[in-house]
Write a protein that binds this ligand. Structure first.
Ligand SMILES: Nc1nc2c(ncn2[C@@H]2O[C@H](COP(=O)(O)OP(=O)(O)OP(=O)(O)O)[C@@H](O)[C@H]2O)c(=O)[nH]1
Ligand SMILES: [Mg+2]
Length: 384
């Protein structure tokens, strides 16, 4: 059944809109990390074709429950928006953190512009990118769970759709009639559909297991190079662009190794810091399958300065899925240190000769052969 809501989700035409990204820093963070987080939010905005015309961060010691910022700061931004002629339907204000529905509503009233916070921005991207049936179902589930949580805390009857897909579509598309009861009903339907799809995939998975073909899964931060490596190993051409969350739908293919012979390989959605829990929940069944593989390959982009933080973020998402790799209960995982063609010698040296770590460039092909040998050796050791 296609609901009016789904139409709004998936058939919204996006037009180029201006965005200003602001990052109220609540924690005590290192300047580099703050700047990286701010840039990452800008990249997220650009991933849905927003034109970021200004970005800034500021320290916020005590967030105001009503308007997030104190009066002075609110007025400062009012002036700044005026200077940028930032107003009307083609302007979107983005917060690099999550804000409460009340803060959002009050700030929207003051600035008279639409606001997206971090979760709604990520939901917007996911809504734009999910193409497969199961992908769409999972994204709709995440979005409805988010709507529901906002309903509880903010108002008792949905008056307007806030954030998520369809939000950028223009004023006519912002009305939403689903109340909490209907949301719950739809959530139930979606969960049922996810379960059904999961069962089908389990049968396919078991068939592969019967044939004793091992499965490896690529995991990692968004933009790390998973799809590029997937293409390099399988000689396929799945989309690999310099865009956050380019892959949403899990792809499976196979490649050949000298000892193991055939191996299946999964490419899946990338992770990000503070990946909204409701998205992890919604994608849980897909991710569960991916992480059930015989071997996990953690693809890391070491050309960027905060690659260690990204590693922590990835391990944290895995923890949310109850996966602690390389433990007795957890799956084996190797690290693939990618983008060595554009990384500095110091970073490369740090990873050289580390156990179960492979330095590669998925783009140029450097190190791919020794990675294949390494995967082959590990998979073969499981079968003997
Ligand atoms: N220089 C260089 N660029 C690379 C390398 N591997 C991937 N890239 C580039 O990095 C960008 C992201 O690559 P993807 O393969 O789409 O990354 P991903 O991990 O699949 O990203 P998501 O699907 O968004 O999670 C693309 O522009 C690739 O061309 C590499 O080894 N060297
Ligand atoms: Mg990808």
């Amino acid at each position: 059944m296609i609901t009016p809501f789904m139409y709004k989700c998936y058939y919204t035409k996006l037009i180029m809109k201006k965005a200003i990204v602001i990052y109220p820093v609540l924690e005590n963070l290192d300047k580099n990390l703050i700047e990286n987080k701010l840039i990452e939010t800008c990249n997220l905005a650009e991933a849905i074709y927003l034109d970021v015309i200004h970005k800034e961060y500021f320290k916020l010691n005590k967030p105001d429950p009503r308007a997030l910022m104190r009066k002075g700061k609110v007025n400062y931004f009012l002036e700044l928006f005026n200077d940028f002629n930032f107003k009307g339907n083609d302007s979107i204000l983005i917060f690099a953190i999550d804000i409460s529905p009340i803060q959002q509503r009050n700030l929207e009233k003051i600035y008279k512009i639409k606001i997206l916070d971090k979760t709604s921005l990520i939901l917007e991207i996911f809504g734009e990118r999910a193409f497969s049936k199961i992908g769409r179902i999972q994204v709709e589930l995440a979005h409805l769970s988010w709507q529901k949580s906002r309903l509880v805390r903010s108002w008792t009857h949905l008056e307007r759709q806030r954030g998520g897909f369809g939000f950028l579509g223009g004023p006519g598309e912002s009305q939403i009639e689903l109340d909490k009861r209907m949301i719950n009903k739809r959530i139930k339907q979606l969960k049922f559909l996810i379960l059904k799809a999961k069962k089908t995939r389990e049968i396919q998975y078991n068939n592969r297991q019967k044939k004793r073909v091992p499965v490896v899964s690529l995991l990692g931060y968004t933009n790390a190079g998973k799809s590029t490596l997937f293409n390099s190993l399988t000689k396929l051409k799945v989309s690999a662009k310099n865009k956050l969350f380019e892959t949403l739908d899990t792809k499976i293919s196979y490649f050949y190794l000298p000892l193991t012979k055939k191996a299946y390989i999964n490419d899946t959605v990338g992770f990000i810091s503070d990946l909204p829990t409701l998205l992890v929940e919604a994608f849980k069944s897909t991710l569960d399958e991916v992480t059930k593989a015989d071997l996990l390959i953690h693809v890391r982009d070491i050309s960027i300065s905060n690659h260690e933080e990204q590693k922590t973020d990835v391990l944290n998402v895995l923890k949310q899925l109850n996966i602690i790799p390389n433990t007795i209960e957890g799956p084996p995982m190797i690290e693939v240190i990618n983008k060595v063609d554009v990384s500095n010698a110091e970073s490369k040296n740090f990873f050289k000769n580390k156990k179960n770590t492979f330095l590669i460039s998925a783009k140029t092909g450097e190190g791919i052969e020794s990675l294949k040998k390494g995967i082959d050796k590990i998979l073969h050791s499981f079968s003997v």
